[in-house]
Design a protein around this ligand. Structure first.
Ligand code: ATP
Length: 296
C-alpha cells in the first residue's frame, strides 16, 4: 500500500463577526471570534507522479480541478520549498459545502499540515501561517482551531482562552441554496454606508469564553446578518424556529445562509435539530471547541 498521511481539520463558526468599511484593496477589515466545532473534513495525502484531488462524502459543489483550495495549498507548500514533487490529495467531506463554515479553508489547512509531515519538511509555524494566509482569510484559523481572535481580513489569528474540551453544543441547519459571499458583503456596504474603518473589538465576549454557555449566547453577534437576512428573508423564520424550539440563541454563520444555534446542552441540541428537520433537509449537531489541523 502507498504510504499516506491523514490530517483532520474542523469547521468554524463565528461567535462574533464585526465588519468595517472596505479598505483600499477592497477587503473588509474584520474583528472576529472563531470557534472550531467537531464537523471535520479529513485530508489524506500520498506521493504521486502528478497532482490530483479526489473528494468523497458530501462532495457536491466541490471542484476537483486546479481551483480546489487543497490542491492550491499543496502546490504552494511544494513551491515554497522548491520541490519538484506531487501528491494525490483525498478529501473526505464532513463539513457542509458553501455554508459559511470554511470547509475549503479547512481542507487547505489540513493539506499544508499533512504534506509538511508526509514529506518531513519541518516548515515551522511562521511558514505554515504565511502560506495559509496567502491561500485565504480563514485558512490560518483552520491550522489552530479552538477559539481564536481573527483580525485583518480574518487571517491574523491569536489563540484565545476558553473551555479546553468540547462542551458547547450547536445546531447547524443548511437552508438550501447558498448565498454568494461577495453579494452579502456588497449588500452590507449598501445597508451600512457609515460602517467604521475598524470594527469594534469583542472584549466582553472574549472575557466570557470560559463562562457558562448562556453568557456567551447573549453576546453572539454578526454584522453581516442584516445583509444576509435582507437577501434571504426566509432565514429570519429559521432563526425564530430554532429559538422557539429551545436554542439559547441563533445567528447567521459568517455570510450565511447556514445558521448556527447555540444550545444549553446536548439533549437540547438534539431536540432543536429534530424540530428543524421537519422543514430543512440537512440539520447537523456539533460540539466545540476542537483543535485545528496542527492538533495542538
Ligand atoms: P467562503 O470561504 O467562500 O465563505 P464557505 O465557508 O461558505 O466559503 P466552502 O465549503 O469553503 O464554503 O466552499 C466555498 C466554495 O469554494 C465552494 O462552493 C467551492 O466551489 C470552492 N472550493 C474550493 N476548494 C474547495 C474544497 N476543498 N472544499 C469545498 N469547497 C471548495
Amino acid at each position: 500500500m502507498t504510504p499516506s498521511t491523514t490530517v483532520r481539520a474542523p469547521a468554524k463558526i463565528n461567535l462574533h463577526l464585526g465588519v468595517g468599511a472596505p479598505r483600499e484593496d477592497g477587503f473588509h477589515p474584520l474583528m472576529t471570534v472563531y470557534h472550531a466545532v467537531d464537523l471535520h473534513d479529513e485530508v489524506t495525502v500520498s506521493d504521486a507522479e502528478e497532482w490530483s484531488v479526489v473528494v468523497r462524502g458530501a462532495a457536491e459543489g466541490v471542484p476537483c480541478d486546479e481551483t480546489n483550495l487543497a490542491l492550491r495549498a499543496g502546490r504552494a507548500l511544494a513551491a515554497h520549498h522548491g520541490l519538484d514533487r506531487a501528491a494525490r490529495i483525498e478529501i473526505l467531506k464532513g463539513i457542509p459545502v458553501a455554508g459559511g463554515m470554511a470547509g475549503g479553508s479547512a481542507d487547505a489547512a489540513a493539506t499544508l499540515v499533512a504534506l509538511d509531515r508526509h514529506w518531513e519538511l519541518d516548515s515551522g509555524d511562521a511558514v505554515l501561517f504565511a502560506l495559509a494566509a496567502g491561500l485565504g482569510s480563514d485558512v490560518p484559523f483552520g491550522l489552530v482551531g479552538r477559539n481564536a481572535l481573527g483580525t485583518g481580513r480574518g487571517e491574523q489569528v491569536e489563540q484565545l482562552p476558553g473551555v479546553e474540551s468540547p462542551r458547547w453544543w450547536v445546531v447547524v441547519p443548511s437552508p438550501g441554496e447558498g448565498l454568494s459571499t461577495p453579494a452579502v458583503y456588497r449588500r452590507y456596504d449598501e445597508l451600512r454606508p457609515d460602517a467604521p474603518a475598524q470594527p469594534a473589538a469583542p472584549y466582553r465576549l472574549v472575557e466570557f469564553l470560559e463562562d457558562p454557555v448562556a453568557e456567551v449566547a447573549a453576546l453572539l453577534h454578526n454584522d453581516l446578518q442584516v445583509a444576509a437576512l435582507d437577501l434571504r428573508p426566509d432565514l429570519a423564520d429559521l432563526l425564530a424556529a430554532g429559538e422557539a424550539a429551545g436554542a439559547l440563541r441563533g445567528i447567521v454563520s459568517g455570510s450565511g445562509p447556514t445558521c448556527v444555534f447555540l444550545c444549553a446542552d446536548q439533549p437540547t441540541a438534539e431536540r432543536v435539530a429534530q424540530a428543524l428537520r421537519a422543514s430543512y433537509d440537512v440539520v447537523l449537531t456539533a460540539c466545540g471547541p476542537v483543535r485545528g489541523a496542527l492538533g495542538r
